[in-house]
Design a protein around this ligand. Structure first.
Ligand code: FAD
Length: 393
């Protein structure tokens, strides 16, 4: 039977669940649909950086992750010449299987109704006021109606195309990850480790410590560098070469197969809105270029879209879409800087210099810390004087 809601949300990842909690907290009726049965895994590095904490705080959910995530207090950068630097950084890691379940519960407890096993097929405008959204449940096609539809289906282009928001199907980034348990090394390991190495040309490798002594190890390529690489083979070379990873693997236990997924980065390749249909999270490219972090911005854009609907729904579709687009445009400059800075990954000489300079120069270290904590303008990464200081130090 057809149901009507104030909002239909397609996809119950961080973007969809954050939007659902925000809308249902404002007493709007929300149908939240996902093709998966939860809890479901999502291939990810599992690191929560400061923007994720801002969003969680806005959702009133920070305390819930405190006891079940693994807190980190630093970020170690290792360059291809083997040198490294540790900078202050506050974050946490927890597996997406658990984080996304927690966020989904946050949405349903405020009144959103969740429908797992619903594969989005298409959406169309019925009468200028309501959209009809169709799903395949495996047992047949069902449809729902709502004046507002939020698309939150992540990086894969097919649903974005079916919703009419896709401009460019290409995902410029791709990453693989694996879980490894190592009780011995997990003791007092509270840093996010980023590795710039020639085995991952065009990207970086990572070692992120999670709860229960399980490390998330992976590599990611940016600026379409995965097209000239074989991520699985590069990963094998990465884990064979890096001393820390070799040690982790040697007396650790592999607890998951290697899994890969595309990342839609750079706030590009899609329209943010078409009337009362708004794209949120990674389906509209909210994952950062350069770093691949996207959980925080997925939640943030879900909240922004929900707030635009709550505040301006009485003014109609155009007003809501415009407000949401303005909020998204305000995020653009940072994404642009990160996208341009991806060139760094093609020049090991530059990353070596960056690590060295960060270690030896307090001002640069402060800038890198501020960059991670989102308290400064990252534009210094692109200024000639910034690079001159790094290169000729
Ligand atoms: C290997 C890897 C490592 C990463 N590491 C990090 C990291 O450490 N930190 C970080 O912040 N970010 C990281 N990211 C990015 C992060 O995973 C994404 O930015 C984030 O998941 C985006 O959230 P989302 O809610 O937009 O989409 P998703 O989390 O992808 O959720 C989309 C949801 O939509 C559902 N869906 C899809 N299609 C349909 C359909 N047709 N019908 C109904 N439902 C559908 C899916 O089942 C899913 O539940 C990483 C990504 C990768 C690939």
């Amino acid at each position: 039977m057809e149901q009507a809601y104030d909002a239909v949300i397609i996809g119950a990842g961080p973007a969809g669940s954050a939007a659902a909690r925000t809308l249902s907290s404002a007493r709007l009726s929300v149908g939240l649909f996902d093709k998966a049965i939860f809890p479901r895994d999502k291939t990810c590095g599992d690191a929560l950086i400061p923007d994720a904490f801002h969003a969680l705080s806005k959702l009133g959910l920070t305390q819930r992750i405190a006891g079940i995530s693994h807190a980190v207090h630093g970020m170690r950068l290792i360059s291809s010449d083997g040198s490294d630097v540790l900078v202050r950084a506050h974050g946490a890691c927890m597996q997406r299987l658990e984080l996304d379940e927690l966020l989904l519960n946050g949405a349903t407890e405020t009144g959103a109704i969740f429908f797992p096993g619903h594969d989005f097929i298409r959406v169309f405008d019925e009468d200028g006021k309501y959209y009809r959204v169709e799903f395949n449940t495996g047992q047949g096609i069902i449809s729902n109606r709502a004046p507002w539809v939020l698309l939150a289906t992540g990086a894969h282009p097919a649903p974005i195309q079916r919703a009419g928001l896709l401009l460019n199907a290409e995902c410029r980034s791709f990453a693989v990850r694996q879980y490894v348990r190592n009780e011995r090394l997990a003791k007092d390991f509270n840093e996010l480790v980023f590795v710039f190495d020639t085995t991952v040309k065009g990207g970086y490798g990572w070692i992120f410590p999670g709860p229960d002594a399980v490390f998330n190890i992976g590599i990611g390529f940016f600026g379409s560098a995965h097209k000239h690489n074989n991520p699985r083979r590069n990963y094998e070379s990465f884990i064979a070469k890096l001393p820390l990873v070799r040690e982790l693997m040697r007396d650790g236990e592999i607890v998951s197969p290697l899994k890969g997924a595309p990342l839609r980065t750079g706030l590009s390749g899609t329209r943010f809105a078409n009337g009362g249909l708004l794209g949120i999270g990674e389906c509209v490219g909210t994952t950062f270029p350069l770093t691949g972090e996207g959980i925080g911005k997925a939640m943030e854009t879900g909240i922004l879209a929900a707030e635009a609907i709550i505040a301006e729904r009485h003014l109609g579709r155009a007003a809501v879409a415009q407000t949401y687009k303005r909020s998204m445009d305000a995020l653009q400059p940072k994404f642009e800087v990160y996208r341009k800075a991806e060139v760094l990954f093609n020049w090991p000489y530059l990353t070596n210099k960056l690590v060295k300079h960060t270690r030896e120069n307090e001002t640069t270290r402060g800038k890198v810390e501020a960059l991670f904590n989102e308290t400064s303008d990252p534009a210094f990464l692109l200024t000639p004087s910034g690079w001159a200081a790094i290169l000729f130090h």
